[in-house]
Design a protein around this ligand. Sequence first.
Ligand code: M6R
Length: 609
Amino acid sequence: MCGIVGYIGNRNSQEILIEGLKKLEYRGYDSAGVAVFTENGLQVKKAKGRLAVLESQLVLTPLNGTAGIGHTRWATHGKPSDVNSHPHTDNSMKFSVVHNGIIENYMSLKEELTAKGHNFVSETDTEVISHLIADIYDGDIVAAVQKAVTRMTGAYALGVLTEYEPDKLVAVRLASPLIIGVGEGENFIGSDIPAILEHTRNVFILNDNEMAVLTRDGVDLMTLEGNFIAREMFRVDWDIVTAEKAGFDHFMLKEIHEQPKAYRDTMSSRISPEGDRITLNELSMTPEYIKDINRVHIVACGTAYHAGLVGKSVIEKLARIPVEIDVASEYRYRSPIITKDTLVIVVSQSGETADTLAALREARRCGARVLAITNVVGSSVAREADDVITTWAGPEIAVASTKAYTSQLIAFYLLGLHLAQTLGSQTPEFIAEVITAMRHLPEQVETILGQAETIKAFAEEIAVHNDLFFIGRGLDYAVAQEGSLKLKEISYIHSEAYASGELKHGTLALIEEGVPVIALATQRDLLEKTVSNIKEVKARGAHVMGIGVEGEEELKKAVDTMFQIPKTLDVLSPALSVIPLQLLAYYASLARGNDVDKPRNLAKSVTVE
Ligand code: M6R
């Protein structure tokens, strides 16, 4: 996710901006830039790549000045490139903007401003903001920003400078984080506390629809209507490492808690304003092409493969198209039957996984159309696929994937519904019902996160065991496989996931007194059968934790410990039932004293075959 830093004071701003951006590197980025008031006016320097590239340019031609804004960009609209990097300016170069978030109506604003003579140079949504503010400005930057934001829909944290008022730095936020650092004769803005912690521990947290006007001598907080806000300053007593994790002990826990936002970000701009249709406008697949698809192949590795298992079921249930699924390292070597009517879906958080990329190339070589579901705009997978659905989970730092997996599930729901509405395989009423239920998922995840203590207690119990089993049927089996991988990966406890009905064909022999079994039972039509399987393992001494939908009394009676997820449609339950499993793995790893974020032998991005 993009990082913002801003400074107004009496010191050289260039160094403060670069140092601040370095502290935000953990958020992920692909390019960076700064804008500084120099004696020659507002000057901008930006470069694709690591901060070191920008730094080396600034060594050659420094931007000297005591006020400026800086940005690290995580590409959304438009590939990573110098020109798409922030800060963005208007044509007069008098206004400069850094932005974190997405302006959903940027196309219509761009058309309007182009008609008025504004000339756009980048592919970004952000550039419209600098032009819009310049267009509105009539001598008061605060008023211009206030008016501009009323024209914008979406999410934003903004830092704005204008050469006409060089003693002001204006900041505003809606649904993207922004904090204000208060110093002595100098003030700061930042996407996150680490960006400014070296200079001050006194911070205002900006809320949605609030703005701040910073001068060298003070900070005014106000509403978008211009009413001043009196707020107590927050004194940061975390160290820098804790601050990067927003107060969480580990990136993994932070990322688990970021899932409600990731769900909202991934789905919100892809649902019609009436809430009854999916609008995957980014796809170039025509209805004619969709009608000709005779099979879908899903190909991915690890956790992304597990998201694909759910995706298979979702596409088959909703769109009624047959789906095959493979781990990417096997796909090429089994001579899959790929024709031009095969839609190959590759799923990858990083977009750089070597096996997935090789499978993508093989599919294209055989004439298939490839759709990528990835979290990284501009990644190799995104560049080489015919179509891309980007998951807006934000950068995932912990090796164990959490928010990327659940955002991939959301992407599959969106795709399944899109195919269904194009093919007419589901009624409009049913599609609207699924969308309504999907929109409740973020708050339902928050409810689950509020019960983390129950999971923690169970995790501490299982942490002393060396073997454990996950069981489930249908979609629950798919989620069980992800739960098992998560646990193995970071707690190093051996675990296996089994289709509940398969137990008696061999695995039941491993169940003995005290063996922990996690039983997923969220699928109503399979509940009775799953309860029978739970009784089978209980009869052999297993200690069972059930994960089911609230109100299922039979299940509750059958297990030793019950974790209830809120009610949703069966097809959507993986987006909820996986959350306790992520927490289980996290707390078990913690109880065993492991390095949660960097498990042994594993890398975040696997770029070798
Ligand atoms: O970046 P990708 O999604 O392509 O990565 C695939 C796997 O390496 C990845 O999901 C891995 O299994 C995770 N570390 C699991 O948490």
